[in-house]
Design a binder for this molecule. Structure first.
Ligand SMILES: NC(=O)c1ccc[n+]([C@@H]2O[C@H](COP(=O)([O-])OP(=O)(O)OC[C@H]3O[C@@H](n4cnc5c(N)ncnc54)[C@H](OP(=O)(O)O)[C@@H]3O)[C@@H](O)[C@H]2O)c1
Length: 290
């Protein structure tokens, strides 16, 4: 049954990792509000299945699918080219895709996968889309982080965990880096009409962890995550930050349960934010300034 309303009519929203869990529920929520939704997924079959489910449930046909493997910088650049062939505006970018990796695995670019997908992909994708976001202002960037960032730390000289890979250290670092990127980005975007905020969706029953842990640990991960909130609940803060008039103009904040919350003390270090930005720009071959 269609549940379409019109509060996001005319808004173009991109959601990464939109075929599963929090991302799929976010894409559905925005489609139900009348937005044009661009789903970014890495697998065509999984993407198309979710796309038709979202169209059916929302009654909104303006749900597009673009394919990209966010662990590959070339694929992210191709995604932006494909997007620009069809769209001249973007009002909301939700960097939602994420992974948990049991063991260290290098991407095609030779980077550690958790760092590359959870942090560097949002860094590159956002930077490549900044001009179009600015031209579409008011526009919003929403980064899906995690409370796990609280125990994370930035190993500025070993961002790729070459020395000693630990699953939750890699995840925590990637999510802390995403929070710090959000704060630095918000500062750089002051006066442009583009806001940047980040969030923790809550402990949510999704597929997270399953593709990264291998066949033996997969049932255990699946069992643990059964105790989480529903993806629809988990998507609420992303949808709030993407759409609510309450947060028009609000920028550079971390949200939990649709409320601003203090993030880890280290996340507010502007010198570390800057260092991280500079290192990241080099890793993705971008000029340092936006
Ligand atoms: N679930 C939680 O309790 C929880 C808590 C805190 C934060 N988060 C964060 O919430 C976000 C959404 O996760 P989720 O819980 O909804 O997990 P999920 O169901 O596993 O969804 C993750 C999405 O990211 C996509 N993805 C992963 N690697 C990709 C790549 N290389 N290229 C393109 N897409 C890729 C996945 O695609 P495939 O389906 O093809 O794998 C999937 O669509 C993540 O950033 C996660 O870290 C989740």
């Amino acid at each position: 049954m269609s549940t379409l309303n019109t509060s996001m009519q005319g808004k173009i929203c991109m959601v990464t990792g939109a075929n599963s869990g929090v991302g799929k529920a976010t894409a559905l929520g925005l489609a139900q509000m009348g937005a044009t939704v661009i789903m970014v997924c890495r697998d065509r079959a999984r993407g198309e299945e979710a796309q038709s489910e979202i169209k059916n449930k929302s009654g909104n046909n303006a749900v597009d699918l673009l394919l990209a493997d966010l662990s590959s910088q070339q694929s992210i650049r191709q995604l932006v080219e494909n997007f620009q062939q069809n769209y001249t505006q973007l009002h909301v970018l939700i960097n939602n895709a994420g992974v948990v990796m049991l063991s260290r695995k290098a991407t095609v670019d030779g980077l550690e996968t958790t760092f590359a997908v959870n942090y560097l992909a949002p860094f590159l994708l956002t930077n490549l889309l900044l001009d179009i976001l600015k031209n579409s202002a008011p526009a919003r960037i929403v980064n899906v982080s995690s409370e796990s960032h609280q125990s994370g730390y930035i190993k500025i000289n070993d961002l790729q965990a070459k020395d000693n890979y630990k699953i939750m250290n890699a995840y925590g670092q990637s999510k802390l880096a995403l929070v710090m990127f959000t704060y630095e980005l918000a500062r750089r975007l002051q006066g442009t009409g583009v806001t940047a905020n980040c969030l923790h969706p809550g402990f949510t029953a999704t597929n997270i962890g399953q593709s990264g842990v291998g066949l033996v640990a997969r049932p255990l991960v699946k069992f643990i995550f059964r105790f989480g909130i529903s993806p629809e609940e988990g998507a609420k803060t992303s949808i709030y930050l993407a759409s609510s008039p309450d947060v028009e103009g609000v920028t550079g904040k971390y949200f939990v349960n649709s409320m601003p919350k203090e993030s880890a003390p280290i996340s507010y270090s502007e010198s570390l934010q800057r260092q991280l930005w500079e290192k990241s720009a080099k890793l993705v071959n971008l000029p340092e300034s936006v």
